[in-house]
Design a protein around this ligand. Structure first.
Ligand SMILES: NC(=O)c1ccc[n+]([C@@H]2O[C@H](COP(=O)([O-])OP(=O)(O)OC[C@H]3O[C@@H](n4cnc5c(N)ncnc54)[C@H](OP(=O)(O)O)[C@@H]3O)[C@@H](O)[C@H]2O)c1
Length: 517
């Protein structure tokens, strides 16, 4: 143990801490510390928290992976990752941060590795002042979740759920289950060792500032909520568009999941919940999550023929993206020959509840679409009579509120204004709010917020077991229908296009069309 690992008497990083959100001292154990997620998201988020003074000064980051490394090796590895494109203050923050990084080599299913981890954590308590508090972050493939939690329990590394101090919490990455049956089984397995209150199922979309802004916009203002229902809203569109295909060897994982599991079951269902939920009694974790679950419970109960009518699945074929030719899905590395995995899904659904009955919600998401964009568009109904000349496309006269989740985070409201001149002609105009301009700050990274929340013991932005299972119930109905012998095969769309014609037909049946992004 280097001398510098002894507890510092004063810590400059502490000085900037905003007092209201200072987590307890704790050790964050990264299972999968040498993996892609740790390098690209988790460690940079922890570093940013340290830089902003939002990581407790008595904290440790303990890496767990198979290679036979010492603390210095993991420090050197993270230094390489973090120093790329770092600001002028990098050295100063890094010198504090590096001392908190420890490594504990091990294999997920080996009990002896957890004894070693226990020793490393004891060392962190003694030298870094982490006071026995633990966050175990499972940045590993989902088949290891249950094993790791079981081994942690056996090694006495998980305290009973009612323990207020010291405490232990476990974060699990997505995907949580592969369908309803496996999600239920996993919930049963992990809660054998853990209380639900100790389990944090991550959906990083919920950590995005603009996603949380949906609740602020709806419930922090009085002008939107009276209109937020079937009387005034004609339809809702949720789009999550991605440009990427199967780069970085993603094909073999993706081929077993598809867009419906990778994007719809978690992120899109969460966006749907936030846009459609009733006001919670307060912003406590359970009050918010209770309302979200009710939205998922109001999802339609479809038979296979309803799925065939309301869901379009498709796969991209070769095409052109920003002037470069890209291969079709079936030619991507890791994709099984003849695979029917969906890379695009469009869904038309109605929620069976008082607020939304009869209002179509259109969801679409896909890979290899022309641009990366996530947004929610609330299409308000047209005025009851047509006093003015309609716009050429016949679709004018309705207001639209668009919440841009990424990029250009913000919101815009379109309304009709009279074109100057003697005719009674209208033209759509727009009021725009841009997050970056209004607050002069880019929104923080989702993982920063989520990591602070788990250290604080606030699970509001994490998904509860009943939320996960209710979302899977809906998705499993679709997956089961696609397994039927009479299921239509996936449609195709050219890479770089906005999806298959069948998706346009789906939305056109309601007299609507997909927004041009
Ligand atoms: N990458 C992303 O952007 C992303 C985004 C969202 C969710 N996720 C989820 O995050 C999780 C991790 O993804 P990833 O992309 O970071 O995976 P990855 O790059 O394959 O990393 C896996 C990590 O687990 C360690 N590991 C594997 N088998 C082990 C074993 N038997 N014992 C001990 N350590 C073992 C590996 O370390 P060694 O080889 O050094 O042992 C490595 O550190 C997955 O659940 C994924 O779905 C990832």
């Amino acid at each position: 143990m280097p001398e510098s690992n002894t507890l510092p008497e004063t810590n400059p990083l502490r000085e900037a801490l905003p007092r209201s959100r200072v987590p307890d001292p704790c050790a964050v154990v990264l299972f999968g510390a040498t993996g892609d997620l740790a390098h690209r998201k988790l460690v940079p988020a922890l570093f940013q928290l340290a830089r902003g003074g939002n990581l407790p000064s008595e904290s440790a980051i303990v890496g767990f992976a198979r290679r036979d490394w010492a603390d210095a090796d993991l420090r050197a590895e993270y230094e390489k990752t973090l120093s790329k494109g770092a600001g002028a203050d990098f050295r100063e923050v890094w010198s504090q941060f590096a001392n908190r990084i420890l490594f504990s080599p091990g294999t997920f299913d080996d009990p002896a590795s957890y004894e070693k981890l226990k020793e490393t954590l004891d060392r962190a308590d003694k030298t870094l002042g982490t006071q026995g508090n633990r966050v175990y972050y499972l940045a590993v493939a989902p088949e290891f979740f249950a094993t790791i939690i079981k081994r942690l329990g056996e090694a006495g590394l998980i305290y009973p759920g009612h323990h207020e101090s010291p405490w232990s919490r476990v974060v699990v990455e997505k995907p949580f289950g592969h369908d309803l049956k496996s999600a239920r089984a996993l919930n049963r397995e992990v809660t054998a060792e853990l209380d639900e209150s100790q389990l944090y199922r991550i959906d990083h979309y919920l950590g995005k500032e603009t996603v949380q802004n949906i609740l602020a916009l709806r419930f922090g203002n009085s002008i939107f909520e009276p209109l937020w229902n079937r009387r005034h809203v004609g339809s809702v569109q949720v789009t999550v568009a991605e440009e990427v295909g199967m780069a970085g060897g993603r094909g073999s994982y993706y081929d077993t999941a598809g867009t419906i599991r990778d994007m719809v079951q978690n992120h899109m269902m969460q966006l749907l919940c936030l846009v459609a939920m009733e006001p919670p009694v307060d912003l406590s974790a359970d009050a918010v999550r209770n309302e979200k679950v009710k939205v998922l419970q109001a999802l339609p109960r479809w038979k296979p023929e309803d799925v065939f009518k309301n869901v379009v699945r498709a796969q991209y074929t070769a095409g052109s993206m920003q002037g470069s030719e890209v291969p079709g899905y079936l030619a991507e590395k890791g994709v099984a020959p003849g695979s029917k995995t969906d890379t695009y899904v469009a869904i038309r659904l109605e929620l069976n509840n008082w607020r939304w009955a009869g209002v179509p919600f259109f969801l679409r998401t896909g890979k290899r679409l022309p641009k990366r964009a996530t947004e929610i568009a609330i299409q308000f109904r047209r005025p009851p009579t047509e006093l003015f000349e309609p716009e050429a496309d016949g679709l004018s006269g309705a207001n639209q509120l668009v919440l841009r989740i990424q990029p250009n985070e913000g919101a815009s409201l379109t309304f009709e204004a009279k074109v100057p001149g003697s005719r009674r002609r209208l033209q759509e105009v727009r009021m725009d709010f841009r997050y970056g301009t209004a607050f002069a700050l880019p929104p923080p990274e989702a993982y920063e917020r989520l990591l602070v929340d788990v250290m604080l013991g606030d699970p509001t932005l994490y998904t509860r077991s009943d939320e996960v299972e209710s979302a899977w119930r809906f998705i499993s109905t679709i997956l089961d229908a696609w397994q039927q012998p009479d299921a239509p095969p996936p449609a195709t769309y050219e890479a770089g296009s906005w999806g298959p014609p069948a998706a346009d037909t789906l939305i056109a049946a309601d007299g609507a069309r997909w927004r041009r992004l």
